[in-house]
Write a protein that binds this ligand. Structure first.
Ligand code: SF4
Ligand code: SF4
Length: 101
């Protein structure tokens, strides 16, 4: 039986994939541990954060969770370590270091 793109993972046999790997629905990386590729890691400095949320829409991987109007620590399962959040934070509440957390 052919599976939906959201049901496919690295263990799915080719017989259950669409011909040519075509995708017939919206794509999402949320089901994949894309943070595995990270070679640098942002560090959230909670004391300096003003919860202005500027970093949130800049993150290309939606890896900055927000709850009850507060930004939370990074979602390292999906953060790829691009460093954009550290660049845009006006309060130096994000530092950046080499390596994976
Ligand atoms: S380093 Fe890049 S991917 Fe990770 S949280 Fe910051 S903006 Fe998002
Ligand atoms: S941009 Fe900086 S101060 Fe604003 S929510 Fe993000 S980490 Fe906090």
């Amino acid at each position: 039986m052919i599976k939906k793109a959201s049901e496919i993972n690295e263990l799915t046999p080719w017989q259950e994939m669409t011909i040519g790997g075509e995708i017939y629905e919206g794509g999402t990386a949320s089901l994949v541990n894309t943070g595995d590729w990270r070679t640098a890691t942002p560090i959230f400095i909670n004391d300096k954060c003003k919860h202005c949320m500027l970093c949130v829409p800049f993150c290309p991987d939606s890896a900055i969770p927000v709850k009850n109007d507060k930004r939370l620590d990074f979602d390292f399962m999906h953060c790829k370590g691009c460093g954009i959040c550290a660049e845009v934070c006006p309060f130096e509440a994000i530092s950046f270091g080499k390596g994976k957390k």
